[in-house]
Design a protein around this ligand. Structure first.
Ligand SMILES: [Zn+2]
Length: 70
């Protein structure tokens, strides 16, 4: 999976709408990093998306800042 692209979309159970600003938990981030995935494209709404450069998760490790997201 080296340099692969992963697509992420979340649907809210209560509204059936796309979850805006969906994000991976820290465990999934580590698995994505270790798999060699290069970018994650996240659906942010009906017509929107954002692209995350996985290298940024390596450079800015939230665990080092004490942030726990799972
Ligand atoms: Zn996860």
């Amino acid at each position: 999976m080296i340099d692969a692209t992963l697509y992420l979309a979340g649907i809210r159970k209560d509204t059936g709408e796309y979850e805006e600003d969906a994000d991976s938990c820290q465990i999934c981030k580590k698995m994505i990093i270790n798999a060699g995935i290069k970018q994650v494209i996240v659906r942010t709404g009906k017509d929107g998306y954002k692209t995350i450069n996985v290298e940024e998760w390596v450079k800015n490790d939230e665990l080092l800042d004490g942030k726990i997201t799972y």
